[in-house]
Design a protein around this ligand. Structure first.
Ligand code: NAD
Length: 439
């Protein structure tokens, strides 16, 4: 990056600092007007976004509309509908001070100031704009850095932002490590990062230098337990939905299966049959594209390390970036595929005979972003929930919790910190300031 680009980025940051000081973003009507304009511009760019998502990630129009466009719009409408209520101060009891003097205690909600939002490649639209609208509804300004790995989408994001906002309020900076490193040296008021745990550490270190509050939306290996009393047909279709969408490049995708040994063979037969009819491997590409040839090589490495364990799929095409839905059997914790988050369409299957052993293995590892339990026995499911931890969890389904306005979404430990979506976004991007008044 040359000096001129560096100065330009610095200039935008300073403009935003100055604009925040004018207090215009404190006005709720201002926030609503700006976001309504954004809503229109965003929808006008639906075709451009869908085309870019197809080019960068092979997302079908239907998938792009469902998991990228509509998610942003429904979140935005929900925030616009509720902001007046949420932004009101919350009056609370004044005990133990209230005896004698007349004391009023309230919690008020203040924007932090200038926010920095760093996006990942896998859902590049919703994972950039959902945090953005959370930041803006709460009265902040924002600089966004979309992922450099989905460049066509990043360009449309920039066009939308330029058409919707003045750069002293919201701006997009394109770039990769160099730009991110520069931006992370600025005294932002809040940082919102979505990406891998490794880069999360870099971001957190930079934030620590200036004690900048932050949210980290990270990833990890999300276990999927299939117990002996599970409805196996349900399990196959619902695990498939979460695993193959976006070619396995979903932070909350079931990373691996832990299944009771007594039902494994039946489960695998059902899984193969379902894959043959629904994700016919002749249509390589039905499940989207892997983001880059390098990532394909990385995924292929898992198969090459244990070719005898690949029981379904396994083909890929470096040129078109397609990769088959792939099952691996007889996998153990020592296999290469179990050493880090897979982030691709490979599903390893491991077995247990005693759930206590499986839970011990899970609990000995970093806390996952999600944990899925398939069982028809409520008590069993509750017991597993009680004895494990994860950012979030589901019973008899996968990845659906992410789409709810009413559930806080986020990780714990190495899978992240901080929660957002719906009201939790407002809380995430607001500083709760206690005010006590003695009359
Ligand atoms: P990534 O960490 O490689 O990149 C994320 C961002 O960090 C990009 O904008 C990139 O430019 C920047 N970056 C990359 N390397 C950097 C460095 N060395 N220094 C400074 N900045 C750097 O993540 P990704 O590959 O885009 O996304 C995949 C990861 O994100 C997976 O681990 C996945 O689980 C996680 N993820 C989490 C969520 C969630 O909501 N929790 C959502 C999507 C993805």
């Amino acid at each position: 990056m040359n000096k001129e680009s560096e100065q330009k980025i610095k200039g935008i940051f300073e403009k935003q600092k100055a604009f925040f000081k004018t207090n215009q973003t404190k006005d709720i009507e201002f926030r609503k007007t700006q976001l309504k304009k954004f809503r229109e511009v965003f929808l006008d760019h639906t075709d451009a976004l869908c085309e870019a998502l197809d080019t960068d990630l092979g997302k079908s129009r239907k998938e792009a509309e469902y998991v990228e466009i509509q998610i942003v719009i429904s979140e935005l409408d929900y925030l616009l509908e509720n902001i007046d209520e949420w932004a009101k101060p919350t009056f609370v009891d004044s005990k133990p001070h209230s005896s004698g003097a007349d004391v009023v205690s309230k919690i008020t909600y203040q924007p932090y100031g200038v926010n920095y939002i760093i996006g990942p490649f896998n859902y590049p639209v919703q994972l950039t704009f959902s945090p953005l609208i959370g930041a803006l509804i709460s009265g902040n300004t924002a600089i966004i850095k979309p992922s450099e790995n989905t460049p066509h989408v990043a360009q449309v994001i920039e066009n939308i932002v330029k058409e919707s906002f003045d750069e002293s309020y919201v701006a997009v900076i394109q770039g990769a490590i160099e730009e991110n490193t520069l931006l992370l040296s600025f005294p932002f008021d809040y940082i919102f990062f979505t990406g891998s745990p490794n880069v999360g550490k870099i971001v957190m270190k930079a934030a620590a230098e200036q004690l900048i509050p932050l949210t980290l939306e990270l990833g990890g290996k999300s276990p999927t337990i299939v117990h002996q009393d599970a409805d196996l047909d349900k399990a196959v279709t619902r695990i498939s939905y979460g695993k193959w969408i976006n070619c396995g490049q979903t932070c909350v995708a079931p990373d691996y299966i832990y299944i009771h040994e007594s039902v494994k063979d039946t489960f695998i037969e059902k899984f193969k049959a379902y894959l043959k009819t629904t994700y016919n491997n002749e249509s390589l590409g039905k499940i989207g594209k892997i983001v880059s040839p390098n990532q394909i090589k990385h995924l292929a490495g898992y198969l090459e390390a244990a070719p005898e364990k690949v029981i379904y799929g396994g083909k890929y095409d470096l040129e078109t970036r397609h990769f088959e839905a792939t099952l691996m059997d007889n996998v153990t914790w020592d296999d290469q595929v179990m050493q880090q988050e897979i982030f691709g369409p490979i599903l390893p299957i491991m077995t247990y005979s005693d759930i206590n052993d499986a839970l011990e293995e899970i609990n000995n590892r970093p806390k996952p972003l999600a944990l899925y339990i398939f069982s028809e026995n409520k008590e069993f499911a509750e017991d597993v929930l009680n004895r494990t931890t994860s950012g979030d969890a589901e019973i008899n389904s996968s990845i659906m919790h992410v789409g709810s306005h009413y559930l806080p979404f986020g990780g714990v430990g190495t899978s992240g910190m901080g929660k957002y979506h719906g009201k939790f976004s407002f809380e995430n991007f607001s500083h709760s300031r206690s005010v006590l008044e003695v009359k």
